[in-house]
Design a protein around this ligand. Structure first.
Ligand code: CAA
Length: 240
């Protein structure tokens, strides 16, 4: 029977590529989105992938949304915690609001997404948890104290979940994409973006599909012994 995968932020950017790749691998896929109804509707029309709207920063909304997905599609076997935002500002200008928005969505959002799914994975003795972190959680980034903190936090989450889930057939891993050609990176001022690309030895931005292929591998049965690890996909920009 086909497995079910949930991808948060799964209708745009890296998330959309992940949703499509998992569908191509034969999963029943549910993609969540936070606000852009139009983008989600055209994504569903184009791909046939069901979309669900909720705010990952809200635990009750997440739990209710996950219950709906499980009732309509099936118990979630693979969860890809991908939803994330940036509110970049140099630290001396960063507001508490910018701090909390990013923490609530990118870090608490991972808790809110995985926690309601976890008991079912433990019962069924199978699960794949894949968290989309970032190169900037590994190396830090000017103007991203908030974002880098969340992405470093993701690595702590997967290393801890890996230890708790291992005996129950659950793996938890992180992917740290470098700079990928998505709306998020295209929103960086052009001059800054050009200077970033100049620091990538591969000489280009990554493609969302390059991250999606990492996810498909980590989701598969073949990756059962890979647990608590971090895959860096950054064009040789940074080594841990
Ligand atoms: N390193 C060192 N200095 C930098 C810098 C950097 N990476 N980026 C900017 N600066 C400097 C500027 O040169 C400028 O210096 P001067 O004042 O001496 O000219 C100063 O910092 C900028 O100060 P401002 O007060 O003008 O800054 P601002 O309030 O207008 O903010 C910014 C500008 C938000 C920092 C903008 O430059 C920016 O967006 N930078 C990109 C940050 C970034 O890389 N974000 C990653 C987004 S992609 C992502 O997050 C996906 C992923 O996972 C990889």
């Amino acid at each position: 029977m086909a497995r079910t995968a949930l991808v948060t932020g799964g209708s745009r950017g890296i998330g959309a590529a992940i949703s499509k790749a998992l569908k191509a691998e034969g999963y029943n896929v549910a993609a969540t989105y936070a606000g852009n109804d139009e983008a989600a509707a055209s994504f569903t029309a184009e791909t046939g992938i069901a979309t669900y709207k909720w705010n990952v920063a809200n635990y009750e909304e997440s739990a209710a949304g996950i219950a709906k997905v499980e009732a309509e599609i099936g118990p979630i076997d693979v969860v890809v915690a991908n939803a994330g935002i940036t509110r970049d500002a140099p630290f001396h200008k960063m507001t508490p609001e910018q701090w909390h928005q990013v923490i609530d969505t990118n870090l608490t959002g991972v808790f809110n997404t995985v926690h309601p799914i976890w008991p079912g994975m433990r019962e069924r003795k199978f699960g794949r948890i894949i968290v989309i972190s970032s190169i900037n959680g590994q190396k830090g980034q000017f103007a991203q104290v908030n974002y880098a903190a969340t992405k470093a936090g993701d690595l702590g989450i997967v290393k801890s979940l890996a230890q708790e889930g291992a005996r129950a057939g659950i793996t938890a891993n992180a992917i740290c994409p470098g700079y990928i050609g998505t709306d998020m990176v295209m929103a960086v001022p052009e001059k800054v973006r050009d200077s970033i690309i100049a620091q990538i030895p591969t000489g280009r931005l990554g493609e969302p599909e390059e991250i999606a292929r990492c996810v498909a591998f980590l989701a598969s049965d073949d990756s059962g012994f890979i647990n608590g690890s971090t895959i860096s996909a950054n064009g040789a920009q940074f080594f841990v």
